[in-house]
Structures are given as C-alpha cells and as structure tokens.
Design a protein. Structure first.
Length: 226
C-alpha cells in the first residue's frame, strides 16, 4: 500500500507570518489538527493544534481579555511551528509511515515529491483506512487465524487447500511474535463458498502442523460508538 493512494491531497496551508489567532481559527473552522507552514511558497514547517494550545496564554493568567487577544494577534506561526518537519515521499509505503509515526509519537506527517514540494498530508486515520481496506473485513470476509510451521511452502499449502474449496482469498497477514517457537501465525480472510466453512475448517484442522487458533466472521452491524 502506497502513501499516495491514501493521503489527503486537498491541503490547507498558512504562511509563516500568519498570526497564531488566524491559524487557530482556520483549524477550528475546518476541523483539522495540523497545518503545513510555507515561507515564500516553500515548505518551512508544520503547526498543530497542540502547538497553538501551548502557545496560548493560560486561563489562570493575569492578562485581561484585550491583552490576550493582542498577544495572539501579534504572535506569528513561525514563532511556534515545528521547523524541518518529518516528511515522506508519496511512493513510500503506509507501513513505513506507520513505523515513523509510532517511533516519533506523531499523528500525522507531510508528504512531498522528489523536488521537496508539498503534495499531501497523511494522518493516523488514513493509515487505518488503508489497513481496513487491505484486510477485507468490510467485505464480510471470514477469518481463520492459524499457527503453522515456520517452513518454506507452508502458506502455499494452505492456499492450495483454500483454492480447492473455491474460497476467494482477500488478505493474508503473517506474524511471529505471537506464535509458539518454530511457528508463524497466519491470519487469512476469505470469501468462502456458501456453506463451505465447516468443511474447510475440518480439512485445515486435519493437516499436520496446522492449528486453527480461531475462526470467525466479524459482526459489523452494531459497532460501538462514542
């Protein structure tokens, strides 16, 4: 999955000399949490709602309202922005972007082209959308989670069985940290033939070295809401 397929390309920006007050208003009016900052048309930094909150006078300050508004109108974005922001290229993968965000503890990053020009924004929500799309859960896919020997051809053997049962494979994810030593844990989502799940489960369970950890169809009809 590539960043360019999931990033936002309609981008609001502010100039480095924009006032903090105006930047705050832009974020609130557009319900966004970050703004790229340009200087002379080139990317200079990024400012987030957290930066603006930290820059605003505390509610316990002795300033009166007029003094507070004057301070915010005089303070510039360039005074509180993060310079040299973390950027990735549009042809980088979502997986790489997720690793960068997790390591740097950020919820979004800027996307640039080979010339360093801003071409997009990528948020945590964009990555989650990409992950959901890749798994196939939204298509009503049935999931098998299987521990199998960590040997060459073990996944191919599983795919052969799925093909024989005319199951359509939507995604395959493999991990090792949560599997027993010498095994790998494979999560496969499929669209099975009508009534074919039990027969498929029986055949997989009867294969030597293949242990079905769980099998399920996610109920998406009544997802929790905040």
């Amino acid at each position: 999955m590539l960043i360019k397929d999931w990033m936002a390309t309609t981008i609001l920006t502010v100039d480095a000399n924009t006032s903090v007050m105006r930047a705050t208003r832009i974020m609130k009016e557009n319900n966004i949490h970050r703004l790229p900052v340009l200087s002379h048309g080139k990317l200079a930094g990024i400012i987030t709602d957290r930066d603006l909150k930290d820059a605003s006078p505390s509610s316990t300050t002795d300033m009166d309202l007029h003094e507070m508004y004057y301070l915010l109108s005089e303070m510039k974005v360039k005074d509180v922005m993060t310079g040299n922001p973390i950027c990735l290229k549009k042809d980088d993968t979502l997986e790489k972007a997720a690793m960068v965000m997790l390591r740097e503890r950020i919820s979004g990053l800027l996307v640039v082209d080979d010339n360093g020009s801003l071409v997009g924004l990528l948020s945590e929500s964009d990555i989650l959308k990409g992950f959901i799309h890749a798994t196939g859960i939204q298509d009503g896919a049935y999931q098998f989670v299987i521990d199998m020997a960590d040997t060459g051809g073990s996944v191919s053997k599983l795919i052969d069985v799925l093909r024989q049962h005319k199951a359509r494979v939507l995604s395959i994810l493999t991990s090792f940290n949560d599997a027993p030593p010498g095994f790998k844990r494979v999560s496969v989502r499929i669209l099975p033939e009508a009534g074919g799940v039990e027969a498929l489960a029986q055949e997989i369970g009867g294969m030597g070295g293949y242990n079905i950890v769980t099998q399920s169809l996610d109920d998406l009809s009544n997802l929790p809401k905040k």
